[in-house]
Design a protein around this ligand. Structure first.
Ligand SMILES: [Zn+2]
Length: 333
């Protein structure tokens, strides 16, 4: 019976039945080219679209491909066109109840179009504040921009997605001043470890930084990126993700990246094309893991947990490959 179910699942995967299955949390980092769009569907079938990418037609096509039937909420991380353009057809088609945003009017025509479309659809604007939104059984924690930020990027709205032990985090195009302010405001425990993390600002130089990633501790990073003249994703960002021990997925190379989360929080990632770069699993240079005897030695994971040090990251005192059975750089997870 179980085998039949698996076979049926495989067959469904081969044909184009790509609706989010019920009973699990599905997060799709949609391939919208250079831009961001993340579709989150709860086990109960409730959906949120966090950003919509730069093209109305492309987003419309993806909503059709993934058989989206309704949207309860749309979120604009900020008002730049590579994030909000696709929200226009999403609002037109599904008339979501709410449009969550940073409260700063954009200066572009597409912002005006989005606001007009929302009015016509009866969609109510909501300014991001500290709040929790229950999307069925999935907990969405809104991370509003800190006060005193000066432009659209640094006023990006963040979203923490929690289901069982699973945690995903996306923070738009937030730049270092915003993440620095968040680090002061938010206790580190409210951030990492994060299972699936959206790269800030398409892997720009001014987005992710070492201090922020040390708190986020991402296991997987997804970069929303397409052909561009900005050099995204930058070598600097990729290096940071590798140093963090994260597997790296890119929508330009991997297409839409889908995360499926079971009740309880175990999850799988799958890419429309190829596989992600599990950087530290397959190609950690010897220099990353110094062979010198560590000054702290734990006999086993029970000892690590007793010391309150789990999970141990590669490079931390006491880490050893022996304690890291899956070799992902995080021992005693
Ligand atoms: Zn952007």
């Amino acid at each position: 019976m179980r085998r039949l179910a698996v076979l049926a699942g495989l067959c469904l995967g081969l044909v184009s039945a790509q609706a989010a299955p019920s009973g699990v949390l599905t997060i799709r980092f949609l391939d919208v080219g250079q831009g961001d769009a993340v579709l989150i569907t709860s086990p109960e079938g409730k959906s949120v679209l966090y950003d919509g990418g730069r093209s109305e037609a492309r987003l419309q096509g993806l909503l059709t491909q993934y058989q989206v039937k309704s949207l309860d909420l749309v979120v604009a991380s900020h008002a730049d066109s590579d994030h909000i353009t696709g929200l226009v057809p999403a609002v037109q088609t599904f008339k979501p109840k709410y449009f969550l945003n940073n409260g700063l009017a954009g200066t572009t025509q597409i912002w005006q179009k989005l606001v007009t479309t929302a009015k016509l659809a009866g969609t109510q604007g909501l300014r991001a504040k500290n709040q929790v939104i229950n999307l069925g059984s999935v907990k969405l924690t809104v991370i509003p921009p800190p006060p005193g930020m000066k432009d659209q990027n640094t006023n990006s709205v963040g979203l923490l997605v929690q289901y069982g032990s699973f945690r995903a985090l996306m923070t738009g195009d937030s730049e270092t001043p915003e993440t620095r302010a968040w680090l002061k405001q938010l206790p580190a425990s409210t951030l990492g470890p994060i299972d699936v993390y959206k790269s800030i600002h398409h892997g720009a130089k001014n987005g992710d930084n070492a201090a922020w990633l040390a708190a986020v501790r991402p296991a997987n990073v997804v970069i929303g990126v397409g052909p561009n003249n900005y050099g995204h994703p930058t070598a600097e960002a990729i290096t940071l993700y590798k140093k963090a021990g994260a597997a790296i997925y890119r929508t330009d190379l991997n297409g839409t990246v889908t995360v499926t989360v079971q009740p309880g929080g175990t999850y799988t990632l799958s890419a429309a094309k190829g596989t992600g770069t599990a950087a530290t699993r397959t190609q950690a240079p010897p220099s990353v893991t110094p062979p010198a005897a560590p000054s702290v030695v734990y006999a086993n994971c029970a000892a690590v947990r007793a010391a309150g040090k789990a999970p141990l990251l590669r490079g931390q005192p006491g880490y050893s490959p022996k304690l890291d059975r899956d070799g992902d750089g995080r021992a005693c997870e």
